[in-house]
Ligand binder design. Sequence first.
Ligand code: NAD
Length: 246
Amino acid sequence: MKLKDKVAIITGSASGIGEATAIRFAADGAKVVVCDVNQAGVDRVVADLVATGAVAAGFVVDVTNKESIVAMVDAVKAQFGRIDILVNNAGITQDAQLYKMTDDQFDRVIDINLKGVYNCTKAVVDTMIEQNSGVILNASSVVGVYGNFGQTNYAATKFGVIGFVKTWAKELGKKGIRANAVCPGFVATPMVKAMPEKVLQGMEEKVPMKRLAQPSEIASVYAFLASDDASYINGAAIEVTGGLTL
Ligand code: NAD
């Protein structure tokens, strides 16, 4: 119960790593705020959490829409009185090599994966400063450390959210707020499982452990970073790759 009574907002938590993080945080005692553009997914995850006896609330939020984020933050503060943890997990891919990438593809990925992280963090940071405590965790990727073929837009955002946490660690550390990023390799989520079988096999082959990560194996790293066990980890980008990048 290392997150007992902590209030945690997890964006993009109707699916994949975000859903697994909501489940793990609830198991560790947190009051979990599930938010996503996917209404049916939000309802399903909240119902599943409540069925286990967890305290959970759901919101339909688009991280590109400041009004929907501010409305959620106000409602969370009214219901729970504080915000201890923000996991900026919502993210998409729209891949194409640079010479084929459209401006719409570029802008959409920047809006959700980079500006969305800025929007959500801006909306909670004053509350965390008032509390003199808080944890901000950003979903980066190995692509945010090494780049990747066909991912100009995605790589820019995943490098960018590491830049955010290194900056916020410097700005907010003295206010009791820690900021870190998690950089997964290949994770078996809907985003990845939609790929052709041959591509999936190729991914597994590249990993020394010869398998993809389960979403729960990324969620456990978020849970550690959100807990007081990580009380001196600030401004870090933690690679969770099964050795992929060695
Ligand atoms: P996923 O597609 O399973 O889940 C992403 C969730 O974000 C979805 O529920 C989706 O509805 C939500 N979302 C999309 N746009 C949104 C918006 N505008 N506002 C609010 N919610 C929105 O993806 P996943 O694989 O679980 O990925 C989660 C995060 O982890 C992403 O940031 C992704 O880039 C990162 N990541 C994933 C992998 C991987 O292998 N799956 C690897 C490295 C990093």
